[in-house]
Write a protein that binds this ligand. Sequence first.
Ligand SMILES: Cc1cc2nc3c(=O)[nH]c(=O)nc-3n(C[C@H](O)[C@H](O)[C@H](O)COP(=O)(O)O)c2cc1C
Length: 389
Amino acid sequence: MRFRRCLHLFLEPREISWFDLTSLLDGGNGIKREQRWIALAPHLEEEVEVGRLESELLGSISPMDWTDGDALEPVQHEAIMRLLDAGLLLDEKESGVFAARDKQMREGNWWGPAALMHRFGRWYDCDSVASMEADGLTTAAGLCEKLGPPPPEMGRREDIAEHVVLPKSAGDFDAFLARRATCRNFETDRPLPLADFSTLMHRVFAAQARVEADGVAAFLKKNVPSGGGLHAMEAYLVVRHVGGLQAGLYHYDPVRHGIDRLAQPMPDLDVFSRTALAGQHWFAEAPVLVVLVARYSRMYWKYRRHSKAYRALILDAGHLSQLLYLCATEAGMGAFVTSAINEVDIERGFGLDPLLEGPLAICGFGYRASAMNTAEFDPNGTVWEAAVD
Ligand SMILES: Cc1cc2nc3c(=O)[nH]c(=O)nc-3n(C[C@H](O)[C@H](O)[C@H](O)COP(=O)(O)O)c2cc1C
């Protein structure tokens, strides 16, 4: 038998604590603590607890060269078998799911720490609204009561030589920018007109040009900047209520400016939208949700095992969402972005292979409702009071 370690592996010495009545009765503080080794391997869906011997073995086995297991002591052999079963070691002759995923990681050119952060930061079936309500963290007053006051609203330097007051601009463009606010109240009575949907998709997500280089590579020009000019962000759509379109799950084609309805099983879109948005019903009612999905292979083709590449993907998501906000505002609509999403549920719903493509954020847009049921941040009254006038 020959085996090697999976490519990316991080071992965390984690302290587990729990309430223990015996410790309290013995005069202690009632808290027991224990140290455990947790193996975090990004090609796996779950973390794996390992013993001391297993963690030592993992530290001594190459992820590149195959190790011959014939000369192992019985106790080591057992530990090796456990690590093979968990997918932390790969048998040279095995071609199962662990081997396939480890191969994807080897070919995927991830920077290991980014893979770790992304893979273990994903949520499944998490209701962030319910947990924030249970913790009393939904209002500023609740936050301050539970967490104490936050750091000041802006950074200040003590070592100032001089303060220079700058002139302000107050033109039409400034008035337009002031009308941008995260929308949490969408009109649900009538469908979003197809033309309005199409205009926004074209302005924000379409390729404005396609350029071929060397006959083998193509690059897109869009209305947003993109790390490496690679535009590795895909727009997957939950079309909920758009005139003339069948509700369902779509993928946007930025070159032809069209949408492909997926042949995936159609979920209940109310449930799917709410789950995808981790319980945020105020966003789930938008007529269109745009899931920003990073295509890692495109970004990591150029930035191989690069410590900034994942950050560039996140910045790309930010640019797209801000442009969506601005285009929606210009069109008299509202938009939102959130990173509080259930990535795993989304991957399953859209049939994405999470080692190749992954959701980073969800945006949405549509016309605002006439009444505000969920709070929006409009301290100058540029959105809601202007609408009432
Ligand atoms: C990365 C990111 C994540 C956000 N996540 C949420 C969210 O989960 N829920 C929500 O209601 N708003 C979310 N927002 C919107 C912010 O709460 C909002 O931008 C902020 O309160 C300022 O309000 P404004 O956008 O109206 O100026 C998010 C914004 C950003 C940029």
